[in-house]
Design a protein around this ligand. Structure first.
Ligand SMILES: CC(C)(COP(=O)(O)OP(=O)(O)OC[C@H]1O[C@@H](n2cnc3c(N)ncnc32)[C@H](O)[C@@H]1OP(=O)(O)O)[C@@H](O)C(=O)NCCC(=O)NCCS
Length: 184
């Protein structure tokens, strides 16, 4: 699914653009995937697991998501660089097409600049524009207070916890929380 480009200001003043990723973003997205994996334990990959991502794979992913009717990816671009992305996907199954799932992550240098808020505002608009969707769903890892604060600000509430869902390299086990936002 494609969206119209959205321009907004970061808290520090620079202009950012939210838009669907294109071929010009392939290397930037690969860099973002690798760098972000090393900046936080709160996303589901380590940097060494990023070798599975290739330019061809990213192109195929962008093309598929841009042409899809039940998913979309939004990249945030600042000064031509990929600052992060988010995705919203909903099922086409009759019993589950009322549920939209979302994911989001940014490079650390862009945290706390309002990008997450802008991404959520657009994903909520997309979900509301589909009359089948009743609720938006996401997960976050124990300790991710920034993500939790953003999600609660956007109207999500904790609905459950999966114990020890994440195991870090040093053996630390972390719970994963589920959140839901009802949109109609
Ligand atoms: C989580 C993430 C997507 C949030 O995006 P963001 O652009 O930083 O979020 P925003 O700047 O729009 O909003 C963050 C809010 O949290 C608040 N906040 C920041 N740090 C916080 C903390 N430690 N505790 C509580 N609230 C915090 C900010 O004040 C802001 O609220 P405000 O807009 O009312 O002032 C981003 O920080 C990120 O990519 N983190 C690493 C990857 C990740 O955790 N992804 C989510 C996986 S579930």
């Amino acid at each position: 699914m494609r969206i119209k480009d959205i321009e907004f200001k970061l808290k520090e003043g620079r202009t950012a653009i939210l838009r669907n990723p294109g071929d010009e973003d392939i290397q930037g997205m690969l860099d973002y995937l690798y760098i972000s994996a090393g900046e936080t334990d709160f996303i589901l990959r380590y940097p060494e697991e990023c070798s599975k991502y290739t330019p061809e794979g990213e192109k195929a992913l962008f093309d598929r998501m841009n042409d899809s009717e039940n998913e979309t990816m939004l990249a945030c671009i600042v000064d031509g660089k990929v600052a992060g992305n988010c995705q919203i996907t909903w099922s086409t199954g009759l019993k589950t097409k009322h549920r939209a799932k979302i994911g989001i992550a940014l490079l650390k240098e862009y945290w706390n600049q309002g990008i997450g808020t802008a991404m959520f505002e657009e994903m909520i608009r997309i979900a509301r524009s589909n009359p089948d969707i009743i609720q938006m769903e996401l997960e976050f890892i124990e300790g991710n207070s920034r993500a939790r604060a953003l999600y609660e600000k956007m109207g999500f509430r904790i609905t459950g916890v999966k114990p020890d869902a994440i195991r870090l390299k040093d053996g630390t086990l972390l719970n994963e929380y589920s959140m839901v936002k009802k949109i109609r």
